[in-house]
Design a protein around this ligand. Structure first.
Ligand code: CUA
Length: 365
């Protein structure tokens, strides 16, 4: 009887043990996961969802871990079964053909029921998490109105029993230990509020007020970002959440509720800047408490000098960056409603005038 040689495709590649390459590839894929285990996620990835600091975040990461590990178990069992079958029924010259099987009721019932059960378990925990993370606002909650702008964030705090409102931008201040109830809306397109370490994201939708409730636990500065594509500078629509002790928060709020500081010396750069800001082009779009400015297009600047960043968190709030921003905002943030005010345009502010404006804005503590 003539012996049958194996078809070319069934021969092992020269120089490599069969099965070694897929194993190597899988190992390489797992390496970054393993090496990341010992890292400080928060300093390396400040917008991490894997280091929640609120109950809401913990519920969400719990749900993620449940589905992840169920998936890992199913994946390992599937690949182990596949590996076993590939090995057991591998091609061998001269071996008889394996028995052909057409349907196995026990197997089919098993692989229908087991996944259905797994999905049912995930569904139970998911529904639980949905109810746990969407409670009605507690009576002692701090209400903050959040308004999505093009492309920055406005935050409004009712004070004096709701008769007055503190308005600030891009840096949302909250106290630890008190539930925070955000009332989210937009005055233009869709945005999404997302401070990953505080928990879930929530969309800001036109003609609707959405709600997000969480309780900050640890004082600190938490990075956030608009998480819904909203136009040219979506990626530049950042924010910071600053969690204070209750006293620190009250001090901040009291300061914000006070009118803007007056220049102490009427001949200083600060005073010259104030005149330019309150009577010039800035007044059309900005408010500074205690001055006649009433514009509502841009951020409230009453205590601008206290903010850590400018232009919705994209650069540090210092004299050089502020100068560059006023001179040509759209160059730093494409599509910004803040126009170019200096440089090579008609009626431009001179660099000297911008220096005075910077001095005044920085004095607004
Ligand atoms: Cu706002 Cu993306």
């Amino acid at each position: 009887m003539k012996s049958v040689s194996a078809p070319a495709g069934h021969r092992a590649a020269p120089g490599a043990a069969p099965g070694a390459r897929p194993l190597l590839a899988a190992g390489l894929l797992l390496l970054p996961l393993l090496s990341a285990c010992g890292e400080d996620h928060v300093s390396r990835y400040p917008q991490t969802t894997f280091a929640p600091t609120t109950e809401m975040g913990e519920i969400q990461i719990g749900l993620f871990n449940l589905t992840l590990w169920l998936g890992v178990i199913v994946g390992l069992l599937t690949f182990a079964g596949l590996g076993y079958i590939m090995w057991k029924f591998r091609y061998r010259p001269g071996a008889p053909e394996p028995k052909h099987v057409h349907g196995n009721t026990t197997l089919e019932v098993a692989w229908t029921l087991i996944p259905a059960l797994i999905v049912a378990v995930i569904a139970v925990f998911t529904v639980q998490a949905i109810f746990a993370t969407q409670p009605p606002p507690p009576a002692n909650a701090l209400n903050v109105r959040v308004i999505g702008k093009q492309w920055w964030w406005e935050f409004q705090y009712p004070v004096n029993g709701g008769r007055d409102t503190v308005v600030t931008a891009n840096e949302i201040h909250v106290p630890v230990g008190q539930p925070v109830h955000l009332l989210l809306e937009t005055d233009n397109v869709l945005h999404s509020f997302w401070v990953p370490q505080m928990g879930g994201k929530r969309d800001l939708i036109t003609n609707r007020v959405n709600s997000l409730i969480f309780t900050p636990r640890e004082p600190g500065v938490y990075l956030g970002q608009c998480a819904e594509f909203c136009g040219d500078s979506h990626a530049l629509m950042k924010m910071r959440m600053i969690a204070h002790t209750p006293q620190g928060f009250q001090d901040w709020l009291n300061n914000e509720a006070s009118p803007a500081l007056e220049p102490t010396d009427s001949a200083s750069a600060v005073a010259l800047g104030k005149k330019l800001v309150t009577t010039g082009v800035c007044a059309g779009c900005h408010v500074i408490g205690g001055t006649p400015m009433v514009g509502r297009t841009g951020p409230n600047l009453t205590h601008f000098g206290r903010r850590r960043t400018l232009a919705a968190g994209i650069v540090e709030n210092n004299a050089a960056n502020l100068h560059a921003w006023i001179r040509n905002a759209p160059a730093m943030k494409p599509g910004s409603l803040m126009p170019q005010l200096g440089g090579d345009i008609p009626n431009a502010l001179t660099d000297e005038q911008i220096t005075y404006i910077v001095a005044y804005l920085q004095s607004l503590q």
